[in-house]
Ligand binder design. Structure first.
Ligand code: CDP
Ligand code: CDP
Length: 224
């Protein structure tokens, strides 16, 4: 039996999952995997190649042409789509507006979950996403389910994106988060839901440092 430790972090859009996951990975010297970046990169490929989301054959063919790799620098995971660095482009609105529809496709999820399980099969890993504690690693030793007030989440994401995107409004960001949360929690294939054994972390009033301390405390029994 494998003795590696898996930390699964799930939750709503823009509620601090990757901030926590990266900080934990850095502190513990674990590998960090941003599963959302994988769905975003697939979405970027589908958009660039006009893949029809109703055409199962076209989806399967496109998936065969998508090769994803992570490039780990300082625990900020950089994702490569067919050897091209796309870490910035996948955060922009065209991808954000389409990613939940792509992530709802069974064949896309099947392929991503297979790759994610391979990454965490024998290594200590922190992975964040929507279905990590429920579908990807149901036996993860530590599961955190994150949430925060939707307005606070939108403000945080807006602050992050607005300097480079002057036309973006806070309302655009709020609407996008609400739309994705609705789509992600109501889809048929492994919807976002809290695993029964996940610790809830509401970080509305917590700084990144405070949320890290909270998670480290919960992890203590698993780290000798
Ligand atoms: O960072 P943010 O919370 O905005 O989103 P993300 O983690 O980059 O994920 C983007 C989208 O990918 C989500 O809204 C989901 O539709 C999808 N996703 C998923 O379905 N399953 C995952 N494990 C991770 C992301
Ligand atoms: O990964 P996810 O989409 O859940 O969120 P994130 O990218 O980690 O965090 C979204 C934004 O909220 C980032 O700009 C973080 O710096 C910020 N944040 C914060 O201000 N306070 C926290 N306790 C957590 C995150």
């Amino acid at each position: 039996m494998s003795s590696n430790v898996v930390v699964a972090i799930d939750g709503y859009s823009s509620c601090g999952k990757s901030t926590l996951a990266k900080a934990l990975a850095k502190k513990l010297h674990f590998i960090y995997v941003d599963s959302g970046a994988m769905y975003r990169a697939v979405t970027l490929y589908f958009l660039r190649n006009n893949v029809d989301l109703k055409d199962e054959e076209a989806i399967l063919a496109a998936l065969k042409d998508v090769h994803l790799n992570f490039h780990s620098r300082d625990y900020n995971s950089h994702i490569l789509l067919n050897d091209e660095e796309v870490s910035d482009e996948i955060r922009l609105m065209p991808v954000s507006e389409n990613v939940s529809a792509v992530a709802a496709l069974k064949s896309v999820r099947h392929e991503m979950v297979k790759q994610q399980q391979r990454m965490g099969a024998s290594k200590n890993i922190v992975m964040d996403g929507r279905d990590i504690g429920t579908a990807v690693f149901p036996n993860a030793q530590v599961k955190v389910f994150m949430t925060a007030d939707p307005k606070v989440r939108a403000e945080r994401r807006f602050k992050e994106l607005s300097p480079a995107n002057p036309d973006l409004t806070l309302e655009d960001v709020f609407e996008n988060l609400a739309h994705r949360d609705y789509a992600d929690t109501t889809r048929a294939e492994s919807p976002l839901t809290r695993a029964a054994d996940a610790i809830i972390l509401d970080n509305t009033n917590l700084t990144p440092e405070q949320q890290l301390d909270f998670a480290l405390e919960k992890l203590k029994p698993f780290l000798k």
